[in-house]
Ligand binder design. Structure first.
Ligand code: NAD
Length: 267
């Protein structure tokens, strides 16, 4: 098995990475930074976002596994003291009655950004946001090439189903099960009064729909793609749709989405 480990860089994560390499070496796993089959993230959800973007060009051929060093993460199933168990399951030595590993695929969103100076396309695991740097943003939102609303406020968040429990949740958006291929558009502090009006509710768009966000004034904007920040002052538009590719996670034991949600927010 060809694998790679990406850690958060703190003492505990680095120590766990060394432990992982040692145990993986004993099982004959091959460390491969270029074309791994499995990428292990050790840290938190943010580390998984880093791992995802590090291997963005190889997403279809990689399966991710997350080990968390603090509280349970959304993208991390394994605790720090469970690395020996994880390695034995990865090497197929789980013993009788061990469930077979499953690959689960989560939808992603593709964001095509058009600036006066050129075009670029990004894939998000959690979300894309468009935010103001110095004042209210003015943006026209079209759905499937038809005008939907003129937005004024702090910004707009477009999240994936697995990202719906992150920033989107803080904005009052719905949590969407990752088996639903959709994107969710949520408002960040929209202005609503007799003059300006937006829908106010989050919108969930299916796979075959798209939305376009047009910048409608000269404005300094902050665009975020997961943890990545991009400053732009010449944005023309952003098209968002569910991406064709998906991210794959290997599940060596079941950990249903709603259990993660309960664990993270209620327990
Ligand atoms: P960070 O370390 O500040 O992480 C923020 C928190 O988001 C962490 O507690 C992390 O565990 C959690 N998180 C990340 N992905 C999640 C997911 N899919 N479901 C539930 N919780 C999740 O920042 P970072 O590590 O650079 O992560 C960037 C992410 O932070 C962004 O993708 C965004 O979702 C999130 N964020 C949230 C807010 C907010 O809730 N107000 C604001 C900015 C960014």
């Amino acid at each position: 098995m060809r694998y790679y480990v990406l850690d958060r860089g703190d003492d505990l994560s680095v120590e766990l990475t060394e432990q992982f390499h040692k145990l993986a070496g004993e099982q004959g796993f091959e460390l491969d930074a270029k074309s791994p089959e499995i990428v292990v993230s050790i840290g938190g959800d943010g580390t998984m976002l880093h791992a995802f973007h590090t291997f963005i060009d190889r997403i279809p051929s990689i399966a991710f596994v997350g080990i968390h060093t603090g509280h349970l993460g959304f993208y991390a199933d394994w605790k720090a003291d469970e690395i020996p168990e994880l390695i034995s399951l990865m090497s197929g030595q789980g013993g009788p009655g061990t469930p077979k590993p499953r690959i689960v695929n989560y939808p992603l969103i593709e964001v095509e950004i058009t600036k006066k100076s050129g075009k670029a396309s990004y894939i998000c695991l959690n979300e894309f946001t468009l935010k103001s740097v110095d004042g209210t943003i003015v943006a026209q939102v079209d759905i499937n090439d038809r005008l939907f609303e003129m937005f004024r406020g702090d910004g707009i968040c477009v999240s994936t189903p697995s990202g719906s429990t992150a920033y989107n949740k803080s904005l009052g958006g719905a949590m969407v099960h990752p088996s639903i291929e959709a994107l969710q558009l949520s408002e960040i502090a929209s202005i609503n009064n007799r003059v300006y009006r937006t829908m106010g509710s989050s919108l969930v768009l299916p796979k075959h729909h798209h939305c376009d966000i047009y910048s409608r004034k000269e404005q300094n904007l902050l665009i975020t793609i997961d943890h990545i920040n991009l400053h732009m002052n010449d944005l023309v538009s952003v098209r968002c749709h569910v991406a064709r590719q998906k991210i794959s996670f290997v599940r060596y034991r079941p950990f249903p989405f709603w259990e993660r949600v309960r664990n993270a927010f209620l327990d």
